[in-house]
Design a protein around this ligand. Structure first.
Ligand code: HEC
Length: 150
């Protein structure tokens, strides 16, 4: 299976889990635990800070792509759960961040956030989410353990 089909499956899982309860609930969804140090490198590689700010990371040398960069992390965001964090990255138009409406969306109401689904590997996504999670006050969740199958 190549990385694109894995990513498509991940997207499928998340789009199937869009609501709060029932078969569409995000309950039980989690990526394996990633490497936060590598996750920071993913953030740099994919130029996330062209449109975002992140506490403790300088954006001075990065050419801005939005007039008003959208804050990542902290409390003043729409992301409050792990599933929302992952969804924000792979399906950014699912919910649009509060307070950024005008600058954040296109005329057709879609997020201006770039689509990474064909350029980011699943490993990069896993590491990125592990890194970003520490910046958000998100609800705790269980990592999927890499156990043995009996
Ligand atoms: C071209 C601009 C652009 C780039 C590049 C970009 N984003 Fe975004 N992103 C946005 C905009 C605009 C929003 C707010 C609207 C929305 O929620 O989609 C957003 C929202 C988000 C949110 C939800 C914000 C919150 O906390 O409520 C997350 C998480 C996020 N982006 C992560 C990333 C990551 C990780 C990358 C790099 C892989 C990235 N973004 C690259 C424009 C961008």
């Amino acid at each position: 299976m190549n990385k694109y089909s894995v990513l498509l499956m991940a997207i499928g899982v998340i789009s199937l889990t869009a609501c709060d309860s029932g078969p569409d609930s995000p309950r039980g969804f989690s990526l394996p635990e990633g490497d936060a140090v590598k996750g920071e490198q993913v953030l740099v590689k994919h130029q996330c800070l062209a449109c975002h700010t992140l506490e403790g990371v300088s954006v001075e040398t990065i050419e801005p792509e939005l007039q008003l960069r959208v804050q990542l992390g902290g409390e003043a965001t729409k992301v409050t759960t792990y599933a929302e964090l992952v969804t924000s990255i792979i399906n950014p138009s699912h919910k649009i961040a509060k307070g950024y409406m005008l600058d954040a969306i296109t005329d057709s109401g879609m997020s201006k956030m770039r689509n990474y689904n064909d350029v980011m590997t699943v490993t990069e996504l896993v590491d990125l989410v592990t890194y970003l999670q520490s910046k958000y006050k998100v609800k705790p969740y269980e990592y999927t353990p890499y156990g043995r199958y009996y």
